[in-house]
Design a protein around this ligand. Structure first.
Ligand code: SF4
Ligand code: SF4
Ligand code: FES
Length: 233
Protein backbone atom coordinates (compact mmCIF):
# COMPACT_ATOMS: atom_id res chain seq x y z
CA UNK A 1 0.00 0.00 0.00
CA UNK A 2 1.29 3.48 -0.87
CA UNK A 3 0.91 6.29 1.62
CA UNK A 4 2.20 9.84 1.35
CA UNK A 5 2.85 11.81 4.50
CA UNK A 6 3.31 15.53 4.94
CA UNK A 7 6.58 16.35 6.67
CA UNK A 8 7.67 19.72 7.98
CA UNK A 9 10.26 20.91 10.43
CA UNK A 10 10.01 24.73 10.50
CA UNK A 11 13.54 24.97 11.93
CA UNK A 12 15.04 23.57 8.70
CA UNK A 13 12.32 23.35 6.00
CA UNK A 14 11.06 26.36 4.06
CA UNK A 15 7.69 24.72 3.51
CA UNK A 16 5.88 21.42 4.15
CA UNK A 17 6.71 18.65 1.69
CA UNK A 18 5.36 15.19 0.98
CA UNK A 19 7.19 11.89 1.39
CA UNK A 20 5.96 8.57 0.00
CA UNK A 21 6.13 5.28 1.88
CA UNK A 22 5.23 1.68 1.14
CA UNK A 23 3.46 -0.09 4.00
CA UNK A 24 2.33 -3.72 4.19
CA UNK A 25 -1.48 -3.53 4.13
CA UNK A 26 -3.73 -5.66 6.28
CA UNK A 27 -7.53 -5.75 6.35
CA UNK A 28 -9.19 -2.82 8.19
CA UNK A 29 -5.86 -1.10 8.75
CA UNK A 30 -6.30 2.30 10.36
CA UNK A 31 -4.37 5.38 9.41
CA UNK A 32 -2.87 5.40 12.90
CA UNK A 33 -1.60 1.82 12.47
CA UNK A 34 -0.04 2.75 9.14
CA UNK A 35 1.72 5.76 10.66
CA UNK A 36 2.98 3.72 13.62
CA UNK A 37 4.37 1.12 11.18
CA UNK A 38 6.24 3.80 9.20
CA UNK A 39 7.53 5.46 12.37
CA UNK A 40 8.68 2.16 13.92
CA UNK A 41 10.11 0.49 10.83
CA UNK A 42 11.11 3.17 8.31
CA UNK A 43 11.44 6.79 9.35
CA UNK A 44 10.40 8.94 12.30
CA UNK A 45 7.17 10.91 11.81
CA UNK A 46 6.01 13.45 14.37
CA UNK A 47 2.39 12.75 15.26
CA UNK A 48 0.34 12.25 18.40
CA UNK A 49 -2.10 9.70 19.78
CA UNK A 50 -3.09 8.07 23.03
CA UNK A 51 -6.43 6.27 23.39
CA UNK A 52 -6.62 4.57 19.96
CA UNK A 53 -10.41 4.79 20.19
CA UNK A 54 -11.90 8.25 19.37
CA UNK A 55 -11.68 9.50 22.95
CA UNK A 56 -8.56 11.63 23.42
CA UNK A 57 -8.73 13.62 20.17
CA UNK A 58 -4.96 13.69 19.85
CA UNK A 59 -4.67 11.91 16.51
CA UNK A 60 -6.60 14.52 14.49
CA UNK A 61 -5.15 15.05 10.99
CA UNK A 62 -6.41 14.83 7.42
CA UNK A 63 -6.57 11.90 5.00
CA UNK A 64 -7.01 12.90 1.36
CA UNK A 65 -7.93 16.40 2.55
CA UNK A 66 -10.68 15.20 4.91
CA UNK A 67 -10.21 16.08 8.60
CA UNK A 68 -10.37 12.87 10.63
CA UNK A 69 -9.19 10.93 13.66
CA UNK A 70 -6.40 8.62 12.48
CA UNK A 71 -7.31 5.90 15.01
CA UNK A 72 -10.78 5.31 13.52
CA UNK A 73 -10.09 6.09 9.87
CA UNK A 74 -9.24 3.28 7.47
CA UNK A 75 -6.55 3.51 4.82
CA UNK A 76 -7.13 2.22 1.31
CA UNK A 77 -5.15 -0.74 -0.04
CA UNK A 78 -5.10 0.48 -3.63
CA UNK A 79 -6.47 4.04 -3.49
CA UNK A 80 -4.95 7.35 -2.49
CA UNK A 81 -3.66 7.77 1.08
CA UNK A 82 -2.46 11.35 1.35
CA UNK A 83 -1.88 12.34 4.96
CA UNK A 84 -1.54 15.96 6.02
CA UNK A 85 -1.68 17.94 9.24
CA UNK A 86 -5.14 19.11 10.34
CA UNK A 87 -6.06 21.93 7.91
CA UNK A 88 -6.74 25.37 9.36
CA UNK A 89 -4.28 25.09 12.25
CA UNK A 90 -0.62 26.22 12.26
CA UNK A 91 1.74 23.27 11.81
CA UNK A 92 4.22 22.72 14.65
CA UNK A 93 6.02 19.74 13.10
CA UNK A 94 4.94 17.08 10.53
CA UNK A 95 1.39 16.09 11.61
CA UNK A 96 1.27 18.08 14.86
CA UNK A 97 -0.66 21.35 14.84
CA UNK A 98 -1.03 24.19 17.32
CA UNK A 99 -4.56 24.10 18.76
CA UNK A 100 -3.84 26.63 21.49
CA UNK A 101 -6.15 29.35 20.15
CA UNK A 102 -9.09 26.93 20.04
CA UNK A 103 -8.23 25.37 23.39
CA UNK A 104 -7.66 28.70 25.17
CA UNK A 105 -11.02 30.02 24.04
CA UNK A 106 -12.79 26.82 25.04
CA UNK A 107 -11.07 26.82 28.45
CA UNK A 108 -12.27 30.39 29.07
CA UNK A 109 -15.81 29.49 28.10
CA UNK A 110 -15.85 26.32 30.18
CA UNK A 111 -14.96 28.21 33.36
CA UNK A 112 -18.32 28.39 35.09
CA UNK A 113 -19.43 31.98 35.64
CA UNK A 114 -21.06 32.71 38.99
CA UNK A 115 -21.61 35.80 41.11
CA UNK A 116 -21.56 33.70 44.31
CA UNK A 117 -20.21 30.23 45.18
CA UNK A 118 -22.61 27.29 45.02
CA UNK A 119 -24.67 26.76 48.18
CA UNK A 120 -24.80 23.36 49.92
CA UNK A 121 -28.45 23.02 48.88
CA UNK A 122 -27.49 23.53 45.25
CA UNK A 123 -24.65 21.03 45.52
CA UNK A 124 -26.86 18.38 47.13
CA UNK A 125 -29.90 18.88 44.89
CA UNK A 126 -30.71 15.94 42.59
CA UNK A 127 -29.74 16.46 38.97
CA UNK A 128 -32.68 17.23 36.70
CA UNK A 129 -32.67 14.37 34.13
CA UNK A 130 -33.69 16.72 31.30
CA UNK A 131 -30.68 18.93 31.99
CA UNK A 132 -28.44 15.90 32.48
CA UNK A 133 -29.46 14.52 29.10
CA UNK A 134 -28.67 17.85 27.45
CA UNK A 135 -25.28 18.29 29.12
CA UNK A 136 -23.89 14.76 29.30
CA UNK A 137 -23.37 14.18 25.54
CA UNK A 138 -21.45 17.45 25.29
CA UNK A 139 -18.91 16.22 27.84
CA UNK A 140 -17.77 13.71 25.21
CA UNK A 141 -16.13 16.43 23.11
CA UNK A 142 -12.42 15.56 22.91
CA UNK A 143 -11.51 19.00 21.53
CA UNK A 144 -9.87 17.23 18.63
CA UNK A 145 -10.54 20.16 16.30
CA UNK A 146 -11.78 17.96 13.43
CA UNK A 147 -15.13 19.80 13.28
CA UNK A 148 -13.38 23.17 13.41
CA UNK A 149 -11.12 22.16 10.54
CA UNK A 150 -14.07 20.92 8.44
CA UNK A 151 -16.47 23.79 9.21
CA UNK A 152 -17.07 25.90 6.06
CA UNK A 153 -17.80 29.01 8.13
CA UNK A 154 -14.46 28.73 9.94
CA UNK A 155 -12.76 28.14 6.59
CA UNK A 156 -14.39 31.31 5.21
CA UNK A 157 -14.07 33.61 8.23
CA UNK A 158 -11.30 32.11 10.37
CA UNK A 159 -11.49 31.09 14.02
CA UNK A 160 -11.23 34.70 15.22
CA UNK A 161 -14.46 35.67 13.46
CA UNK A 162 -16.35 32.44 14.06
CA UNK A 163 -15.42 30.42 17.10
CA UNK A 164 -16.32 27.17 15.34
CA UNK A 165 -18.36 24.16 16.38
CA UNK A 166 -16.16 23.03 19.29
CA UNK A 167 -16.24 26.48 20.93
CA UNK A 168 -19.95 26.95 20.25
CA UNK A 169 -20.54 23.53 21.79
CA UNK A 170 -18.74 24.69 24.96
CA UNK A 171 -20.98 27.76 25.07
CA UNK A 172 -23.96 25.43 24.68
CA UNK A 173 -22.78 23.27 27.57
CA UNK A 174 -22.61 26.25 29.92
CA UNK A 175 -25.93 27.55 28.52
CA UNK A 176 -27.55 24.28 29.66
CA UNK A 177 -25.67 24.30 32.98
CA UNK A 178 -28.17 25.35 35.69
CA UNK A 179 -25.34 26.51 37.99
CA UNK A 180 -23.81 28.86 35.44
CA UNK A 181 -24.86 32.49 35.74
CA UNK A 182 -23.09 33.91 32.67
CA UNK A 183 -25.03 35.29 29.74
CA UNK A 184 -24.24 32.48 27.36
CA UNK A 185 -26.79 33.57 24.78
CA UNK A 186 -25.03 36.91 24.27
CA UNK A 187 -21.71 35.03 24.27
CA UNK A 188 -22.99 32.70 21.52
CA UNK A 189 -24.14 35.64 19.38
CA UNK A 190 -20.86 37.52 19.94
CA UNK A 191 -18.94 34.43 18.86
CA UNK A 192 -20.79 34.07 15.58
CA UNK A 193 -23.92 32.01 16.30
CA UNK A 194 -25.69 33.49 13.28
CA UNK A 195 -22.71 32.90 10.99
CA UNK A 196 -23.17 29.13 11.20
CA UNK A 197 -24.90 27.98 8.01
CA UNK A 198 -26.31 24.85 9.70
CA UNK A 199 -24.74 22.57 7.09
CA UNK A 200 -24.31 19.64 9.57
CA UNK A 201 -20.70 19.04 8.49
CA UNK A 202 -19.68 19.15 12.16
CA UNK A 203 -22.07 16.28 12.92
CA UNK A 204 -20.82 14.30 9.95
CA UNK A 205 -17.12 14.49 10.89
CA UNK A 206 -17.39 14.32 14.69
CA UNK A 207 -16.59 10.89 16.12
CA UNK A 208 -18.11 11.76 19.50
CA UNK A 209 -21.31 10.19 18.28
CA UNK A 210 -23.17 11.20 21.43
CA UNK A 211 -23.12 14.86 20.34
CA UNK A 212 -25.88 16.35 18.16
CA UNK A 213 -24.53 19.79 17.25
CA UNK A 214 -27.67 20.89 15.41
CA UNK A 215 -29.79 20.54 18.56
CA UNK A 216 -27.42 22.88 20.43
CA UNK A 217 -27.40 25.43 17.59
CA UNK A 218 -31.23 25.28 17.49
CA UNK A 219 -31.56 25.83 21.24
CA UNK A 220 -29.12 28.76 21.24
CA UNK A 221 -30.78 30.34 18.21
CA UNK A 222 -34.22 30.03 19.77
CA UNK A 223 -32.97 31.68 22.98
CA UNK A 224 -31.27 34.46 21.00
CA UNK A 225 -34.35 35.02 18.87
CA UNK A 226 -36.56 35.21 21.97
CA UNK A 227 -34.38 38.09 23.19
CA UNK A 228 -34.26 39.87 19.85
CA UNK A 229 -30.55 39.04 19.41
CA UNK A 230 -31.00 38.38 15.72
CA UNK A 231 -28.46 39.29 13.08
CA UNK A 232 -29.74 42.11 10.86
CA UNK A 233 -29.43 41.46 7.11
S1 SF4 B 1 -17.28 18.38 18.67
FE1 SF4 B 1 -16.50 16.41 17.95
S2 SF4 B 1 -15.17 16.90 16.20
FE2 SF4 B 1 -15.52 18.79 17.35
S3 SF4 B 1 -13.78 18.99 18.74
FE3 SF4 B 1 -15.43 17.94 19.88
S4 SF4 B 1 -15.07 15.77 19.55
FE4 SF4 B 1 -13.84 16.85 18.02
S1 SF4 C 1 -23.34 23.41 11.03
FE1 SF4 C 1 -22.40 25.39 11.48
S2 SF4 C 1 -20.78 24.91 12.97
FE2 SF4 C 1 -21.37 22.98 11.94
S3 SF4 C 1 -19.93 22.78 10.23
FE3 SF4 C 1 -21.79 23.80 9.42
S4 SF4 C 1 -21.33 25.99 9.62
FE4 SF4 C 1 -19.86 24.92 10.91
S1 FES D 1 -5.80 8.16 19.53
FE1 FES D 1 -7.29 9.10 20.83
S2 FES D 1 -8.78 9.85 19.45
FE2 FES D 1 -7.37 8.82 18.17
Amino acid sequence: MKISVQKYDPSVDEAPYVKEFEVEYRQNMTLLEALVAINDEQEPIVFDYSCRGRTCGRCAMALNGQPCLACVTLVSENGANEVTALPGFPIVRDLIVDKSMMNDRIANIMARQRAFPLTLDEINAPVDPVIYNKMDPLEHCARCGVCVSACPTVQLMGQKEYIGPAGMLAIGLRYYDPYDQGDRVVEAVQNGLWNCIQCSTCDEVCKALEIDHQVIWKDLRAAAEARGLVKKA
